[in-house]
Design a protein around this ligand. Sequence first.
Ligand SMILES: Cc1cc2nc3c(=O)[nH]c(=O)nc-3n(C[C@H](O)[C@H](O)[C@H](O)COP(=O)(O)OP(=O)(O)OC[C@H]3O[C@@H](n4cnc5c(N)ncnc54)[C@H](O)[C@@H]3O)c2cc1C
Length: 456
Amino acid sequence: MQTTARVVVIGGGVVGCSVLYHLAKFGWTDSVLLERDELTSGSTWHAAGGMHTINGDPNVAKLQKYTIDLYKEIEELSGEPTSLHLTGGVLLAATEARFDWLKSVVAKGRYLGIEAKIITPERAHELMPLLDPSCFVGALETVVDGHLDPSGTTRAYAKAAVPAKAKSVAQKIATDLRTRKSIMGIFDEGCMGMYNAIIPDELLFPTGVYKERLSQSALYAAARDVSDAEARAVYQWLRRKGMKFHLGVNEATDLTERQVLWQCKTYIAALRIADEFGCETIGIQYQQGLKDLLPASDLVEGILNKILTGLHIIPEPLQILYTDTAVLIGMTYVYLPLMVLPLFAAIDRFDFRLIEAGYDLYAGRLTVLRRVILPIIRPGIVAGSILVFVPSLGAYVTPRVLGGGKKMMIGNFIELQFGAGRNWPLGSALALILLLIVGIALIFYVRASASENKDG
Ligand SMILES: Cc1cc2nc3c(=O)[nH]c(=O)nc-3n(C[C@H](O)[C@H](O)[C@H](O)COP(=O)(O)OP(=O)(O)OC[C@H]3O[C@@H](n4cnc5c(N)ncnc54)[C@H](O)[C@@H]3O)c2cc1C
């Protein structure tokens, strides 16, 4: 995904899309448009789409003319209809002063390239039979005047903003996909239980790529049929091409040659199956079972295990995810700053000479801690405890993600009542009890700090 841009245009109305188009037109193709909703979901969507080239300011008139001429261009570039309808128009003058102004507009239009002419009230009546010519002294007839579809025009700007080179590459790929019809093989799609790892058929098929669902158990069976010699040939080929393997001997913690050879067998088998089904590309999501049957180098053990085994603190990688330890680490990570900050604020104000005074009075380290330090920084400890206590009572995201849905905390229990449990009364009652507990804790804190201040 693109993470930087030369220009970020905010708002996908007709103005934002026009800015994006002009940036691309003048070579700033590294621009991005951000729209919070849909293109044309602001004023543009409401506009009647009426336009003309008559304006008291010649610069604005020229700009209007430029824009109207542009609509044909962006329609052609994008293939998106702007529904431009140039009906022509009539501006009427009921007074001599207004008529003079219309004449000056025609004069300015001549050097601006805006086609307009002065007509009689009778001619205006011919063009628009509903008007009464006796009420007017003269009129102005314009050619470039009419209406269009504002939404279509905005989409046309947005589409036309794609640089011609990118468009031609995209068109080539799209034509290739549509004419050559590829098949993509996927071994047990979604087997890890992740919906985001599934490529939706309804989005994929219109691109001209079709999906062949392949079986991971068939892959395992086929991998066993690959000979050792074939696996070794692939392994040697990889090494000849410059791939480096850092091999060890411990099957649990190192990458061993045996594992690499099994991986080679797996990929040879996968390619053979892909060939059999005419797939141009294949994807394997390692199912838990397949990971146990065949070595899977992409399932790394994680940073903690790497560090702990590297430092020889643990002999083998631990299973941390989805355990109480994982939830504890996650909760500590999330809430620790809430404890540290008030503590820091309290300790920052602490007068360290008091410790010296304690030692001078022959108090031991523990006594100084108990009788001097802790009472003084107590407000920070209480504030931190409450700040951690309140949100962790209702925490349910961390336990769910790191506990894998198997670890139940109060927050998860309440969430369950509103979700799968469908026991809203119990959920509401529990949420209310939590609120009361939090309220009591806060009252306790406010009272404690009030009396602290009084004493202090
Ligand atoms: C009823 C009506 C009739 C009109 N008729 C005509 C007419 O006949 N002729 C004419 O020339 N003009 C007409 N107008 C005026 C014309 O519609 C506006 O001048 C024009 O649409 C303004 O375009 P815009 O791109 O500046 O704003 P918008 O179309 O409002 O676009 C702004 C966009 O920015 C997005 N946005 C806002 N905040 C953010 C954010 N923080 N992050 C990301 N996106 C954001 C919005 O979702 C919206 O899509 C009419 C307007 C109305 C309301």
